[in-house]
Design a protein. Structure first.
Length: 251
């Protein structure tokens, strides 16, 4: 792990010889500068720069505590154990996910994991029997994930995700930085392969989510997660049989 801390003035010159030091202006301008000048940094350095230099006190890591989550959480813990980690507790998660969350919090010493639950009033009005996932999975994700996260991200200028290009065809062109309305979304592991993820987990002796060994390489809510068959992409088990490939957080 690199302990190097980059300044806003140094990064563009280091990465591409550019002359644009003003990285901390409005989000759109920031994204434009970052887009072509960041490839020289590895994931850990990119994460450190984002947390310590680019958006200090104004950035959150959003984690599902799913199959690959330990990698990004471990990296973040080496930088700042108090960085906000937002966890969407939808109310229909696997018990194994909640156990894994608690295990990683303790192991990594994470001090600011915030569990975000959907509105009880909204659930009572729209999904009193917890069966909305069957008739309208998009709305189910909206009230259990999208709306709660949007509310939790108020006050932050950027957020970090653990998405990777190899996970699905819909993510094949995933950039390191994205513009999302008024904030920037950062994907430090975008270009990592499945083999690299596994190698990192092994190198740092990080525990795996219990369901991975049972055929679940991508883990969401219980009703909408199934085992993945040999040859399928890692997210093929999500919303199987429905015309849906994302929960809505990234669309």
């Amino acid at each position: 792990m690199s302990g190097r801390k980059f300044s806003a003035q140094e990064l563009p010159a280091k990465a591409s010889g550019g002359d644009g030091p003003a990285l901390l202006g409005d989000a759109g301008a920031t994204l434009g500068v970052l887009a072509g000048r960041i490839d020289a940094l590895d994931a850990q350095s990119l994460l450190r720069f984002s947390i310590e230099d680019l958006f200090p006190g104004k950035i959150a890591l959003v984690s599902s505590f799913g199959a690959d989550s330990a990698v990004l959480l471990h990296m973040a813990a080496q930088i700042d154990k108090s960085v906000p980690v937002l966890f969407l507790e939808t109310g229909v998660l696997f018990p194994e996910t909640l156990t894994y969350r608690d295990r990683l919090i303790e192991l990594l010493g994470l001090r600011n994991v915030i569990s975000i639950a959907p509105s009880k009033a909204r659930l009572a009005a729209e999904d009193p029997e917890t069966f909305l996932w069957s008739s309208d999975p998009d709305r189910c994700c909206e009230i259990r994930k999208v709306i709660p996260l949007a509310e939790a991200l108020e006050g932050f200028d950027a957020w970090i995700t653990g998405r990777k290009r190899f996970q699905a065809a819909t993510r094949a062109a995933l950039p390191l930085f994205e513009m999302e309305e008024k904030r920037i979304k950062i994907n430090p592991l975008a270009n990592w392969s499945a083999a690299r993820i596994l190698a990192y987990l092994d190198a740092h002796e990080l525990p795996r989510h219990e369901l991975v060994a049972k055929g679940y390489p991508s883990i969401g809510c219980i009703p909408c997660t199934s085992k993945v068959k040999p040859g399928e992409d890692p997210r093929a088990g999500r919303w199987r049989g429905k015309a849906k490939v994302e929960c809505g957080l990234h669309t």
